[in-house]
Structures are given as structure tokens and as C-alpha cells.
Design a protein around this ligand. Structure first.
Ligand code: KG4
Ligand code: ZN
Length: 351
């Protein structure tokens, strides 16, 4: 069984082809970094136009690299949401058009399900496992119990972790995208020179918050005044990165305990999403998992950030279960994986 996957929900235009034996036949990703760099963040209208300019070529390239034609493909999957709606529309329309012309089934994939199932593609994991999804748009802990079966244990009540990295990078004038820039600066810094808060540490639930930490960083930068040096910036970056890692580790420890209670025998923590690229976070999570009798599975970096292979794979998992969508599927800007989860209240709730 072979599935084509299309991803266009944020600032990566991607197409990939995967086979049910977990082989990635092709995985083409075009990042729009250069287009958004002058604005210091993703501009939705620019993103949508860039997806439109490149998606056809990328699908062609994926077919060429895998050495197959549309006739060898069993189904076409595209991210149906959640995400920037202009981009999602481009991907969904492309997927539907290919499905209509070739007569193959169409599958609308929840972008978050793509991240959630990636570890089954890369590591062949069995259900259930605990997932920490940390990206620019999402920060949540989910019990992954099966395809389409997720229980949200916690989520951010304000910013996503990646968003906080991006904003702190901007405040420190470290450049865009923020995560890698903060990590680089932090590697030259002393994480213990400046004390920063650990949001929600010790709370009995598993939710996250990063806006207070971000504000503490803002005040810290202001306190340095105009004479702030590059070393000050590196020290602040290191302190911030450590605070995020500590805070995520504390929330994840809570979730591991809850998850282990309700899923006896399960012992795997998966981390996915762009922030999973952070070396300090990976190191901290690996220790957190071990301290609780769990082990950490972190997909390769290229499959943690947005890509087409995760959409093709999630599409394949759905297709295997007979879950396809009709061509009148409407793109969704919001699409929670666990619609029954309690609605969170907060400044900018994303979940
Ligand atoms: O999953 P992703 O590619 O796109 C979303 O769906 O959001 O994640 C992008 C996010 C950005 O906020 C970026 O700054 C962050 O992941 N990121 C990092 C690192 N690399 C990327 N954050 C911290 N450390 C990194 N090394
Ligand atoms: Zn993503």
C-alpha cells in the first residue's frame, strides 16, 4: 500500500510518498524561511501564496524521486487542518484534484495526528504511548491510544513552547527562526546567572504556560539597559532554555504518572514537533522518562518538524482502517485531536 501525503498548514510546503512497510519512498520539504524572515514570523497570506506556487512541483518531485507514477499510489492524503487556513485550502484542493483525476481515495489528515503517529512510522511503536507535542503552534500532552483515539492530558493555557522561543529570540535580537537561534546562543551562555520562573511547576494538572516566563525575560532584558552585551544575551537565552526544559519536564512527569496509572504496562514517551529539535529539551526529557521507568522516543529531526511523510503515514494508517473522506471535506482552521477535552481558559488558548 502506497500513499502520497501533502502538508501545507504552516510555513513548510511538503510532499512525500510512504509505503505500508514503513519505507519513505520520497520526502520533499520546501521551507519558506526566506519569505517570512523580513517580518520575523509567518505571514499567513505570504505562506498561502508560496504553497500555491510550489506544491505542484513538489508533488512531481516526490513522484520522480520515488520512481513511481500516480497509478502506483493507492490513496492521496492532505493536511485538512488545523493550521493557517489559506495554506490548508491549497493542500486540500491539490489533494482533492489529484484524487478526482486519478479516481483514488482522498484522506483529510489532522496535522496533529500526523505528528502523533510519526513514531509508528520511524520506530514501529505499538499503541498506547504518551506523546508530548511541542511546536510553534501547539504544546500538549496526549495519550495516544489508537488511530483517531487520543486523550488530552494537558495543553498550554497561553503560548506554545516554540512560540515562546520565537518571541524570546526576537526580544534578544537573535534572529528568525527563534528556536535554533536561542539554542545556539544558549550554548555560549551560563544558564544559572539569571533566575527565571518555572511556570506551573508542581501543579497537579498537566497544563503548560509560557507567557509569564516570556514576560520575565522581557523585564530581564530591560533591566540590562542599552549596555546589554552579547554575553548577557547568551546567558539570558541559556536561562530561558533551561526554564522551558524544566517546566516541560515537570508537566511531563505529571502526565507520565497519570498515563501509567490508566495504561498499565505502557512505558514509552514520544516527543514530536519542532521544539523537539532542542538538544537541552531532549536531554532533560530523556532523564525525566528514565526517572519514571519510561523510555524516550524522538523521531529524527526532519520528521519532528513539519513534513509530508507524517501526513502520508497518518493517511496510510487511516486508509488501512477504511477511513477515507469525501471530496466535499471542508478545510478546518481548528481541529482538536481530543474534542472531549475540557476547554482551557487563558490569554491565547491554542488547544
Ligand atoms: O513543528 P514545527 O516545524 O512547526 C509548527 O507546526 O509549529 O515547529 C516550529 C517551531 C518554531 O517555533 C521553532 O522556533 C521551534 O519549532 N524550534 C526550536 C528548535 N528548532 C525549531 N525550538 C527550540 N530549539 C530548537 N532547536
Ligand atoms: Zn507541526
Amino acid at each position: 500500500m502506497i500513499v502520497l501525503g501533502i502538508e501545507t498548514s504552516c510555513d513548510e510546503t511538503a510532499a512525500a510518498i510512504v509505503r505500508d512497510d514503513r519505507t519513505i519512498l520520497a520526502d520533499v520539504v520546501l521551507s519558506q524561511l526566506d519569505e517570512h524572515q523580513p517580518y520575523g514570523g509567518v505571514v499567513p497570506e505570504i505562506a498561502a501564496r508560496a504553497h500555491l506556487d510550489h506544491i505542484d512541483r513538489l508533488v512531481g518531485e516526490a513522484l520522480e524521486r520515488s520512481g513511481i507514477g500516480f497509478d502506483a499510489i493507492d490513496a492521496i492524503a492532505a493536511t485538512g487542518g488545523p493550521g493557517l487556513i489559506g495554506g490548508v485550502i491549497v493542500g486540500v484542493m491539490t489533494g482533492k484534484a489529484i484524487a478526482a483525476v486519478t479516481g483514488k481515495p482522498f484522506i483529510a489528515v489532522n496535522h496533529l495526528e500526523g505528528h502523533a503517529l510519526t513514531a509508528r512510522l520511524t520506530d514501529g511503536l505499538e499503541f498506547p504511548y504518551l506523546l508530548l507535542l511541542v511546536s510553534g503552534g501547539h504544546c500538549q500532552l496526549l495519550a495516544v491510544e489508537g488511530v483517531g483515539r487520543y486523550t488530552r492530558l494537558g495543553a498550554t493555557i497561553d503560548d506554545a513552547a516554540g512560540e515562546a522561543f520565537d518571541k524570546v529570540a526576537k526580544m534578544l535580537a537573535l534572529g528568525y527562526p527563534g528556536g535554533p537561534a536561542v539554542q545556539k546562543a544558549a550554548s555560549q551562555g551560563d544558564a544559572h546567572r539569571f533566575p527565571l520562573p518555572r511556570p506551573l511547576k508542581g501543579k497537579p494538572h498537566c497544563d503548560f504556560s509560557f507567557s509569564g516566563l516570556k514576560n520575565a525575560v522581557r523585564l530581564l532584558i530591560a533591566a540590562q539597559g542599552d549596555s546589554i552585551t552579547m554575553q548577557d544575551r547568551c546567558d539570558i537565552a541559556a536561562a530561558f532554555q533551561l526554564a522551558v526544559a524544566d517546566s516541560i519536564a515537570d508537566r511531563t512527569t505529571r502526565a507520565i504518572r497519570l498515563f501509567a496509572d490508566s495504561h498499565p504496562g505502557a512505558d514509552t514517551l514520544v516527543v514530536s514537533g519542532g521544539v523537539a529539535a532542542n538538544a537541552k529539551l531532549r536531554e532533560t526529557l530523556s532523564a525525566t522518562a528514565a526517572a519514571n521507568g519510561f523510555h524516550l522516543v524522538a523521531p529524527p529531526l526532519g520528521l519532528c518538524t513539519d513534513n509530508g511523510a507524517m501526513i502520508a503515514w497518518a493517511g496510510l494508517e487511516r486508509f488501512r482502517l477504511g477511513l477515507t473522506d469525501s471530496l466535499d471535506f471542508a478545510p478546518r482552521p481548528r481541529w482538536p485531536l481530543d474534542p472531549d477535552a475540557i476547554k482551557l481558559r487563558g490569554a491565547g488558548v491554542k488547544a
